[in-house]
Design a protein around this ligand. Structure first.
Ligand code: DOR
Length: 453
């Protein structure tokens, strides 16, 4: 497929289009990056670029609302060029990037700097969220004034406390997020208990991966989730609960469903596909925060996804280099938590569809439609319809692959899923009518655009 350097009109033919109304056999034409016509091929107007989908399924580009592309500050681990290339290779056409940069993206000025920094080397469209700090809550409105209204709540960033462990301060911050009609990204975590447990483990010289996995008690997650859902509900602030990982938290979400009218919840692929039996073998290469849980938790998460209690899948793509992870072999506290995830997410999910653990509709809802709606981008994103951005992924549902880091664009060059066999894979990823990725290759210039949220 010849590289394309600008947004030309595209005609996609011989496709099975995944529309909200069902799968439609035909094609579409784009104009200025948006879908302008959907219909049978004989009734489609001409276009500058033509792609024959070969009868394959075409779904809306994935929207990943939890990625760490490490720019600025840690570009040896990832940057926007490598991270967004990895996104395109995984069928992802829109990402929301995290603020744990160096310096942390915790102000309107830092957002402006980050936007300037990455603007010319992104292969997919992107948004930023801003980290919230107790000593600068006014930055919430400042960020909203420059078009950023997604706010990430961490307890500490770069070992510097944010002040958000204090419930009163968290409540005040949520009031301000609501005041700008913002979206609060909350972790399901009662930090005081986690910090207390980690200290106990370290003081006792416990430093294996299993000790690490035990450092975040299940009840600290379910209590943290319940508290934050009730706080958010009391204020009517739009909220997304991140990294749901245990059966107990799933039970909390079910019980508090009446309080979650505008509260969504995410599960990460590593919590769906890995459990502590795998991570025993993986060691620090299975070390992730929120930790990997048990097979019982994994089963509960699949049930939660399939019943809609958890309605978004987000990668939490968070790369670290092999030499950093190696430090964890002797003492797990010496290696950073985090896994590459964005390129393996879709093949693993399509394989789960093939194994009848879930359905294709459920996967597309959770990775594209619902995250687009959560970010207020639907139907521009997360949808194939007239006027929507022509963000499209051609899937080969029969493609038999083996996951290997050698073929990945992420800088980490390792994956916890090395040698895993999958059936189903993205073949071509198209961003606003331009093919960005095709059969293993990046085939466009970095045409990704910043999106105000
Ligand atoms: O394991 C993790 N690593 N979890 C996070 O929340 C942050 C991430 C990172 O940035 O490495």
């Amino acid at each position: 497929m010849k590289p394309v350097t600008c947004v030309m009109s595209l005609k996609l033919v011989n496709a099975k289009l995944w529309l909200e109304t069902g799968v439609y056999e035909g094609g579409l034409v784009t104009e200025n990056g948006a879908v302008s016509k959907i219909g049978k091929e004989s009734r489609l107007p001409p276009a500058e670029n033509i792609i024959d989908a070969g009868g394959k399924l075409v779904v809306p580009g994935l929207v990943d609302l939890h990625v760490h592309f490490r720019e600025p500050g840690y570009t040896q681990k990832e940057d926007f060029a490598s991270g967004t290339s990895a996104a395109a290779a995984g069928g992802v056409t829109t990402v929301l990037d995290e603020p744990n940069n160096k310096p942390v993206t915790g102000s309107a000025e830092a957002l402006r700097v980050k936007q300037e920094l990455v603007k010319d080397h992104s292969y997919v469209d992107y948004l930023f969220n801003m980290a919230v700090y107790a000593d600068r809550l006014s930055e919430i409105r400042s960020a909203a004034n420059i078009g950023v209204n997604v706010f990430a709540f961490f307890d500490e960033l770069g070992d510097k406390p944010t002040g958000m462990k204090d419930t009163g301060v968290l409540y005040d911050a949520l009031i301000r997020v609501e005041a700008v009609d913002g979206l609060a990204l909350l972790n399901c975590r009662e930090s005081d208990q986690v910090i207390h447990t980690i200290k106990q483990l370290k003081d006792a010289g416990k430093n294996t991966l299993q000790d690490y996995n035990n450092s975040f008690p299940h009840v600290a997650e379910s209590v943290g989730a319940a508290k934050r859902i009730l706080l958010a509900h009391s204020l009517g602030v739009r909220t997304h609960m991140r990294e749901v990982s245990t059966a107990e938290t799933v039970d909390v979400l079910r019980s508090l469903k009446p309080y979650m009218t505008d509260i969504t919840a995410e599960v990460r692929p590593d919590h769906l596909f890995l459990n502590q039996e795998n991570t025993e073998k993986l060691g620090p290469y299975g070390q992730q925060w929120t930790p990997i849980r048990t097979r019982k938790d994994q089963t509960a998460l699949w049930e939660a996804l399939n019943e809609g209690t958890v309605n978004i899948i987000a990668s939490d793509h968070a790369t670290h280099m092999v030499e950093e992870k190696r430090h964890g072999l002797g003492n797990i506290w010496n290696s950073p938590p985090g896994l590459p995830a964005i390129e393996s997410m879709l093949p693993l999910l399509l394989n789960a569809v093939h194994e009848e653990k879930t359905t294709l509709d459920r996967i597309i809802q959770a990775t594209s439609v619902n995250p687009a709606k959560r970010l207020g981008l639907y139907p521009r994103k997360g949808c194939i319809d007239i006027g929507s951005d022509a963000d499209l992924v051609i899937l080969d549902l029969e493609a038999e692959k083996k996951i290997t880091a050698d073929e990945m664009y992420a800088k980490s060059k390792w994956t916890p899923y090395e040698d895993w066999k999958t059936i189903g894979a993205p073949v071509t990823t198209i961003l606003r009518g331009v093919p960005v990725y095709h059969e293993g290759e990046i085939v466009s210039k970095p045409l990704g655009q910043y999106i105000s949220s």
